[in-house]
Design a protein around this ligand. Structure first.
Ligand code: NAD
Ligand code: SSN
Length: 557
């Protein structure tokens, strides 16, 4: 029987992922197998812009009962591989290429053009040309085309999700959840396209009428992260093109194929060429970012990523006063008060902390538990983690914990652990170290107790499967600690006291609060942060306005 909050979670995520994280079961640990990579990478042999590698990786069996995964074989199982291919330019024009790998195996899955200034400028020009007609298309036509895009995303959801798992590492059922989440923004903004109403103002002077109309801002630059390769694009691009804007998207170099597929599906849906443009790069990220934030034809920059990069982009965009939307880093508190339902709180923590191996911007980062229930909560949470966290390649059925995105991200987890231990934390193993897959950027989940506020795990965003649990004694004490950070994206707390629910929800300095739930995202939620977590709101009835500008018209009669 699922608890109240797990039923809620199940509405948003396919039951196989929520059940596997929430409900006890016999542990089945999974190892991924490794493949030997070619010594030198044949970038000079690129035949087409999108080349999915066809090397024969030699497969070596690890110890007993290991599950074998070849990323190359897994890519080959994608039925509609053509949607991941770049079709709008030629390899010779693009010059150099970069390699994309599977973080769970380190296998190379493909290579793409490493575009730079020239290609970015060309994409902006193309978007600018397309803007002339797209911005004039009636809203009803835009709505129909965007709905057709939505249908195609749903039709291809298995292939899109498989690619997310291969290039980003999240378990396949979670990847399916992301496609449904991402598609919900496309559907939502298709419907919003016909709702960009203006206003009629009161008549102050009998001879004057004043009204407003909303117009698209123009060509927009969208820069997105790897942790939601699909949904972070649809949440921006869906709103942008519904508003009548055209877009140049720079996806993360780790997860470019999901972006390319979205663009190809948009073309198939009848959204004209040039409305959505993709610039892929690994080496020239800064150069491309500079062009997107300084080119005079770009009127808005919408970015999701780290606070450090967000600040840089804001400063670059200030030169030509581009309208900004910034979805930046967080450091989400997850508070369990002594009047909470502990089992519900454990449910919420599992989904909130371990989704995408702890790599979502709204993941629980600092877990505060009241001293009266601390031992019980820690014991129940660790039991649940031991029962349900299964590490391995996300394609393997039953796997609930994939790798982190890069070797650097895995190394950061080691640094965070070492810092905590040096400052007095106790580390609790969840999965025996001997079961760690030998290849891939896997991090073993760990619980930290005896955590204090000087530790990096309490001060900074962890972005991985480390779970530091901090003891507190009073509401006042915990609120002071919670708000003593420069960021404020999401927060969560568990309590059954209605007065406290109002009080604490209003006191925590974040843009989004989950009360008695660990999962908050949906297309109707105004998504965004306060303080250094960003500017603007995505999704919801406010999301379209980020891509519109109000024009006031005064008529003398
Ligand atoms: N608030 C949100 O909605 C949200 C959502 C997802 C991720 N995030 C945050 O993103 C961070 C993790 O993602 P990340 O590691 O990909 O962040 P990141 O800032 O390193 O990268 C995000 C994107 O910015 C690009 N980028 C990096 N440097 C750039 C530059 N100088 N100019 C232009 N583009 C540049 C990257 O290539 C990538 O496409 C975390 O802090 C997380 O909280 C926030
Ligand atoms: O990682 C950031 C986005 C997460 C979400 O939209 O729920």
């Amino acid at each position: 029987m699922l608890s109240r909050s797990s039923k809620y979670i199940s509405r948003r995520f396919p039951s196989n992922i929520t059940n596997s994280l929430l409900v006890s079961s016999t542990p089945v640990f999974i190892r991924s197998l490794h493949f030997s990579k070619p010594e030198s990478l044949p970038t000079n042999k690129v035949k087409s812009l999108t080349t999915f590698q066809k090397y024969n990786f030699s497969q070596t069996m690890t110890q007993n009962n290991s599950v074998q995964i070849s990323s190359v074989d897994e890519v080959a199982k994608i039925k509609n591989l053509s949607i991941f291919e770049i079709t709008t330019s030629k390899p010779e024009q693009a010059g150099e290429t970069f390699l994309v790998n599977d973080p769970a195996t380190e296998d190379i899955i493909g290579q793409l053009p490493d575009m730079g200034l020239k290609e970015t400028t060309a994409a902006i020009e193309k978007a600018s040309e397309a803007y002339k007609s797209w911005s004039k298309v009636g809203a009803r036509v835009r709505k129909e085309k965007i709905l057709a895009w939505y249908e195609l995303i749903l039709k291809n959801k298995e292939d899109l999700a498989r690619m997310i798992t291969i290039e980003c590492g999240k378990p396949y059922p979670e990847a399916i959840g992301e496609i449904l989440y991402g598609a919900s923004f496309v559907e939502w903004f298709a419907q919003e396209a016909i709702r960009s109403d203006g206003d009629t103002m009161p008549i102050l002077t009998p001879s004057q009428r004043i009204f407003t109309t909303k117009q698209p801002v123009g060509v927009v630059g969208l820069i997105t992260p790897w942790n939601f390769p699909n949904a972070m694009i649809t949440r921006k691009a869906g709103a942008a093109i519904a508003a009548g804007c055209t877009a140049v998207i720079k996806p993360s170099p780790e997860t470019p194929y999901s972006a390319i597929a979205l663009k190809n599906l948009a073309l198939q849906a009848g959204i004209p060429d040039g409305v959505i443009n993709i610039v892929t790069t690994m080496k020239n990220v800064q150069e491309v970012g500079k062009e997107l934030t300084t080119h005079p034809k770009i009127k808005k920059i919408s970015f999701t990523g780290s606070t450090a990069v967000g600040k840089l982009l804001l400063s670059q965009a200030s030169g030509s006063v581009k309208k900004p939307s910034m979805e930046l880093g967080g450091n989400a508190p997850f508070i369990v008060f002594d009047d909470a339902n502990i089992n519900d709180a454990v449910d919420g923590l599992m989904i909130c902390k371990f989704r995408n191996a702890g790599q979502t911007c709204v993941c629980a980062n600092r877990i505060f538990v009241h001293s009266a229930i601390y031992d019980e909560f820690v014991s129940k949470a660790m039991t649940r983690m031991k029962e349900t966290l299964k590490i391995g390649h996300g394609i393997i059925p039953g796997s609930t914990l994939g790798p982190v995105i890069t070797e650097k991200a895995a190394a950061k987890m080691e640094t965070i652990l070492a810092d905590a231990v040096s400052k007095g934390a106790t580390v609790h193993e969840i999965i025996p170290e001997s079961l760690k897959p030998q290849k891939g950027y896997f991090c073993m989940p760990k619980v930290l107790t005896d955590v204090n506020m000087d530790m990096v795990c309490a001060k900074e965003e962890i972005f991985g499967p480390i779970c530091g649990i901090i003891k507190f004694d009073s509401e006042e004490d915990v609120l002071a600690k919670v708000n003593n950070v420069p960021v404020g994206l999401a927060g969560y707390f568990y309590s059954n006291n209605i007065s406290r629910i109002y009080r604490v929800a209003e006191a925590i300095e974040v843009g989004m609060i989950g009360v008695n739930t660990g999962l908050i995202g949906s297309e109707v939620l105004p998504f965004g942060g306060v303080k250094e977590s960003g500017l603007g709101r995505e999704g919801s009835k406010y999301g379209l306005d980020e891509f519109l500008q109000i024009k006031s018209i005064v008529i003398s009669i």
